[in-house]
Design a protein around this ligand. Structure first.
Ligand SMILES: Cc1cc2nc3c(=O)[nH]c(=O)nc-3n(C[C@H](O)[C@H](O)[C@H](O)COP(=O)(O)OP(=O)(O)OC[C@H]3O[C@@H](n4cnc5c(N)ncnc54)[C@H](O)[C@@H]3O)c2cc1C
Length: 450
């Protein structure tokens, strides 16, 4: 069967796109959503079962629908999940909300278009009759659509060093995918853990270790040793920032923003003022300045921009202060198999090589902006000339409507939603941005389906 729309992926971007398509498409239309996530709809971020893993965006900004901002807050209220001012909901609840929202539409929206939810991985694709794209699935089936929306996320970053020389038992102590929390059951309370990467994923893992009764030492190693900063319970109003007046040379831009931050009562007001305009600011920057930003300013941007809930920060900070968690800045060179694992790294800003023993190594280098490399499906589509990488290698090249640009006249309509489109939009990793993009893409598709 040829669907009017095939959505590939099973995280937030896919579900937001599907929910909007269901709302907008005529009852004669058909949609398939294909995803391999066991917790269909929750993706990487919201499948956690630990209640202490919190959202880093207030509930009032996490509705699935940009034009119904209270949807998530109402869902929480209806389930008597009361949140105090400045509290952040759990990511587990958010995952349930996404799944409930889709289930609700499937149950109650009548009449509605046909929706097939297919639990499978799309492994390859083939262009058929010009304007139809077919996908091979790992369950042996094939599906095809006139419109395709790629919602594949960006994948997990690979470890920065080659570990093929380690024996199998040693390798089993290297956790490459920390999202599967089952590894925590194998850790002894007094083991030592080295976490690579010092972003939000690292904080998740430290809190998860602590919740499992871990009392050993955690060493965090990242190139700059910068960890996320905290939201405040009573934020001051965002500053009004005129982005047209900001310089487009990266060094001057950063200088100006730092000065604004120093002059403000709280530097967060500057970031909060920029937030709704980041996309527009990014699009004003020449490609070379965007490249400079990625090379020099990204770690600083991340820790100031992607902040953690105050109580999450307080727990983490207490572990740092007690000495249980230590953060080091350095460049990992090698991992050696000794009686346990020994990491060798170059201390930042020096040529000194430091050795560090650990029972476990956990890869928290984060979601990789790996371009197309992380996904066999994207590689295959690229090979067939169906998609292209964006000039910065962040993901897929799309136009301002999130549609893949082709020079062929009868090519299938392929869209991408989520962080894969960072080359065009930059700030497209969090719900407040993705939900707007998903709605626009659904509108563009619905306009073509009678
Ligand atoms: C730990 C964490 C916490 C976060 N917290 C917040 C927060 O509090 N607030 C916020 O706004 N944002 C948060 N984010 C950002 C988050 O990335 C987005 O909110 C959103 O979840 C991204 O969803 P996605 O669907 O684009 O990607 P993903 O969640 O990565 O989902 C992609 C899905 O596609 C599937 N897939 C991939 N390839 C194929 C294929 N070939 N065939 C079929 N399926 C495939 C994958 O299995 C996966 O399920 C967080 C992110 C992380 C990682």
């Amino acid at each position: 069967m040829i669907y009017d729309a095939v959505v590939v992926g099973s995280g937030f971007s896919a579900i937001a796109t599907v929910c909007n398509l269901i709302e907008l498409m005529p009852s004669s239309a058909s949609i398939a959503v294909v995803g391999d996530d066991p917790g269909f709809g929750r993706g990487t971020a919201y499948r956690t079962e630990l209640h202490l893993h919190r959202l880093n965006v207030p509930a009032g900004r996490m509705s699935l629908y940009p034009d119904r901002p209270n949807d998530f807050a109402d869902w929480l209220r209806a389930r008597e999940r009361t949140l105090g001012a400045g509290d952040f909901a759990s990511r587990q609840d958010y995952g349930l909300y996404i799944r409930d929202s889709l289930a609700e539409l499937l149950r109650h929206k009548k009449p509605r278009c046909r929706v097939d939810v297919i639990k499978a991985k799309a492994t390859g694709c083939v262009e058929r009759y010009g304007a139809v794209l077919g996908f091979q699935l790992d369950n042996g089936n094939e599906i095809a659509g006139r419109n395709v929306v790629l919602c594949l996320g960006v994948g997990n970053a690979k470890l920065p060093v080659d570990l093929s020389h380690l024996s199998a038992p040693a390798r089993s102590h290297v956790i490459e995918n920390p999202w599967r929390l089952s590894w925590l059951r194998r850790v002894q309370a007094a083991d030592s853990v080295c976490i690579l990467g010092s972003g939000l994923t690292m904080i998740d893992q430290v809190l998860a270790l602590s919740a499992h009764g871990f009392t050993g030492a955690v060493t965090v190693l990242s190139r700059r040793g910068l960890a996320p900063l905290s939201h405040v319970r009573a934020p001051k109003p965002a500053l009004d920032i005129d982005i047209a007046a900001l310089p487009t040379r990266m060094s001057l831009l950063l200088h100006t923003l730092r000065a604004e931050g120093r002059d403000a009562d709280d530097w967060r007001q500057v970031l909060d003022g920029l937030r709704p305009q980041t996309k527009a600011l990014w699009q004003r920057l020449p490609v070379e300045e965007r490249r400079r930003f990625l090379r020099h300013a990204l770690p600083w941007w991340n820790i100031h921009r992607h902040r953690v809930a105050p109580d999450v920060f307080a727990r983490f900070d207490a572990m740092v202060r007690s000495g249980q968690v230590s953060i080091r800045a350095g460049y990992l060179l090698d991992v050696e198999e000794t009686d346990r694992l020994t990491l060798h790294y170059r201390r930042r800003g020096t040529s000194e090589v430091v050795s560090l023993g650990a029972d476990w190594i956990v890869n928290c280098t984060g979601m990789e902006r790996a371009g197309l490399a992380h996904s066999p499906l994207l590689n295959e589509m690229h090979r067939q000339g169906l998609i292209d990488a964006d000039p910065l290698g962040l993901g897929i090249a799309v136009d301002s409507g999130s549609r893949i640009v082709h020079d062929k006249s009868s090519a299938p309509a392929i869209y991408a939603v989520g962080a894969l489109t960072a080359g065009q939009f930059w700030e497209i990793t969090a719900v407040p941005d993705i939900r707007v993009q998903a709605q626009k893409v659904a509108q563009s598709i619905a306009e073509t389906v009678m």
